[in-house]
Design a protein around this ligand. Structure first.
Ligand code: MG
Length: 366
């Protein structure tokens, strides 16, 4: 089987809530997402999506996905998409770094592998290890009472895990955490995710002020060393996200006992091939994961479902149904949340079919 063409689509995904805000005054109102279609001489096509969280969150941006694909895609025509290691080597030879650009190619090749094997990707990524995947809800940074009210609303929809966007003024963050924990029940999970927004002293101050609460702390500071310092001062369960960029940083963080949980974002690390290796390393070391991505719609949500459902339940701290945050449907048969959980779609590969009536014409073709 050979790759005969690669088409790239751009789609705007407006947020149902209107805005998603996190640390340092950052926000996004409409997500710019990229969908990739790989065509083959066997008549099968593979699909994937990549959607960075704006341009200020990670070293990734939406137009960068498409600019990077312009460098990579022409070099992939003629390769066998089911030789996924070789495809990744060809991508690395064409473009140094930029794992998020390579992620949709890697995932679309996995989608094709599933279609050739006539198996859903959850099987090829390890097999179904749990019947469904428990989801968390991210709560955009707002006034403490507004955040608490939103948690109450999402709790009524079935979520039991919540990730508060903090990383702002420490006094306000302390109020946000108290207001939100207060309305939750025992057993509900609350994560305070500062998204690198606190300095060390701010992180130390917030953590001391919420010492008596059942709470997880996620990525308090910008650098790994700052986070490690805070980690060593607190008994709170500790999550690293932005600093875990690939296998190398994960290996170091495991050796340093730097976290209890890793936030594994599939596109940040370069797609399923890399994320699967990191997932297996985490499981081997007793590290649980939030399995998700930087953002996205139906196709990203399907990819998350396959990787998460093939991971043992005790190591899936949570996952994300991004397609319920946005107001546009871009694929048929995507997972839909039921009572705070989702399942992989039926069918081969990712199990989704892009809605080309919504995606329109490709913005790039190779
Ligand atoms: Mg995070």
């Amino acid at each position: 089987m050979k790759i005969t063409a690669i088409h790239v689509y751009q789609v705007d995904l407006p947020l149902k809530e209107g805005r998603y805000a996190w640390s340092n005054g950052n926000f996004v109102e409409v997500f710019d997402s990229t969908v990739v279609a790989i065509e083959t001489d066997a008549g099968l096509a593979g699909y994937a999506e990549c959607c960075p969280l704006g341009s200020a969150y990670l070293p990734a941006y939406a137009r960068g996905v498409r600019a990077g694909l312009e460098e990579i895609a022409p070099k992939l025509i003629g390769l066998d998409p089911t030789d996924i290691v070789a495809v990744n080597q060809a991508m690395d030879a064409a473009l140094n770094g930029h794992p998020y650009v390579k992620s949709p190619i890697d995932i679309a090749c996995w989608d094709l592998l599933g279609k050739v094997a006539k198996l859903p990707l959850v099987k090829l990524l390890g097999g179904a290890a749990q019947p469904d995947v428990k989801l968390y809800r991210a709560i955009s940074q707002e006034e403490p009472q507004t955040m608490a009210r939103k948690i109450a609303g999402y709790k009524a929809e079935g979520y039991t895990k919540f990730q508060l966007k903090v990383g702002g003024d420490p006094r306000e963050d302390i109020a946000r955490i108290h207001a939100c924990r207060k309305i939750l029940h025992e057993g509900d999970i609350l994560v305070a995710d500062a998204n690198t927004g606190w300095t060390r002293h701010e992180a130390a101050r917030v953590i001391a002020a919420v010492a008596d609460l059942d709470l997880y702390i996620e990525q308090p500071c910008l650098t790994y060393e700052e986070c490690l310092s805070i980690r060593r001062r607190t008994g709170k369960p500790f999550v690293l996200d932005e600093n875990i960029t690939g296998l190398e940083t994960l290996v170091r963080a495991i050796a340093d006992d730097a976290m209890d949980i890793v936030n594994l974002k599939i596109s940040k690390v370069g797609g399923f091939s890399k994320a699967r290796a990191m997932r297996d390393l985490c499981v081997a070391h007793g590290i649980s994961m939030t399995i998700e991505d930087t953002w996205g719609g139906d196709i990203v949500t399907a990819a998350i479902a396959h990787l998460a459902q093939s991971t043992p339940a005790e190591f899936v701290f949570s996952a994300t149904d991004f397609n319920s945050y946005v107001s546009k449907t871009i694929a048929h048969n995507a997972p839909r949340r039921v009572g705070g959980a989702m399942k992989t779609p039926e069918g081969h590969g990712l199990g989704i079919e892009p809605d080309f009536a919504v995606l329109g014409s490709p913005v790039l073709s190779f």
